[in-house]
Design a protein around this ligand. Sequence first.
Ligand code: UD1
Length: 418
Amino acid sequence: MTEFLINGGRKLRGAIAVQGSKNSALPLLAAALLVCGEVVLDNCPALSDVDAALEILTYLGCRAHRCGSAVTVDATGMHACDIPAHLMKRMRSSVVFLGAILARAGRAEMTMPGGCMLGPRPIDYHIDALRALGADIDLCGDRLLCRACRLRGAELLLPFPSVGATENAMLAAAACRGLTRIRNAAREPEIVDLAGFLNAIGIPVRGAGTPVIEITGGSRPHGVRYPVMTDRIAAGTYLCAAAVTGGEIELTNANPLELRALTDALLRAGCTLTVNGSRLRLHAPRNLRAVGIIETGPYPAYPTDLQPPLLALACTGKGTSIFLETMFASRYNHIEELRRMGADILTDGRFAAIHGVPRLTGAAVSAPDLRAAAALVTAALGANGETTISHIDYLDRGYARMDEVLSSLGAEVCRREF
Ligand code: UD1
């Protein structure tokens, strides 16, 4: 087990380059399966979830290795089309290998994916989309058996703009003869990054970033060198962390437009934000204000993954902040732990009302999932005294060496392994 010991109250100051995006790197690694040849992904973050994806690729028979921040995958020798349960259970994103393996091999076998416990996370939209593209899919308990003699382009209408279902449909559509049109597609920036990758390997994709995406499949993809986009969730987490300490930081490689929903909330809290190209500077006041009403939703609405760190910030914002979590049923796992630190929070189902207190107090808390861990780190940085956060392994799934990044900004963070 790994824990963080944080001595709170030190202002974060300085500049950081944000890591590559976890939620983009994982589908891009799956997409490398479409190519018989070498794919190099630059700016690929060093995360345990990325390691898990590399293990899946190696199991399938690909060459996959990291050199610095570049990961090289060569799927020419792919010989398996199943993923064992112990690899599937390591993360939710293992499910995007379904569309990619099916596209490459015409069949795929796996169990249901793992991932953070945020309430029910079905994959019915993924399955329906793949079936509409011509796949036969049998569900036997926890196992998925997929076969497709011939995948063919089709009109798909997603019941909800699911990120994972959109990615799976795009990956399978790459191998479909003809045009696939996905309506009500997810519009997240990570979808645009995947489309950029597919275009770069020779699969024409149009409309990514809008609700209608068109993929013209069937051509033979070729190798490419491609940079993973920067991680908007990590960027947003560092902004929240700096803000609770009354600090001043600069992100040197941000995409401020992608962070709009968060920066609007930080402005309401009294922070000053300055944009200069891809440089985003935050200056926080001594005392934060409430963040107003935050309702999570599909992009461009407020991102559910940044709800926990902002909620932690709201704990010391003067006044009342209201959160409405619409994306996942159990995404308030951090609230009980924040209460241990003195937070004043009322919950009712998907609503949370946070009454700002002047200061939180350090305590022994336990991280229940990845983004909840980020919330506890945020709270601890602004709290009086020492906080121990156990189960930091969750944090390492999505944030590359967060302790080192925070230390470089002046925080007092110590990692302890047991
Ligand atoms: C992705 C992100 C995750 C983020 C989420 C929402 C990755 C690796 N993960 O997760 O960090 O929190 O988007 O922005 O990119 N749903 C169904 N049936 C399905 C698929 C989804 O009912 O077949 C529901 C889910 O239960 C959830 C909602 O749709 O309530 C959104 O889920 P989705 O967009 O699919 O999230 P993920 O792709 O799992």
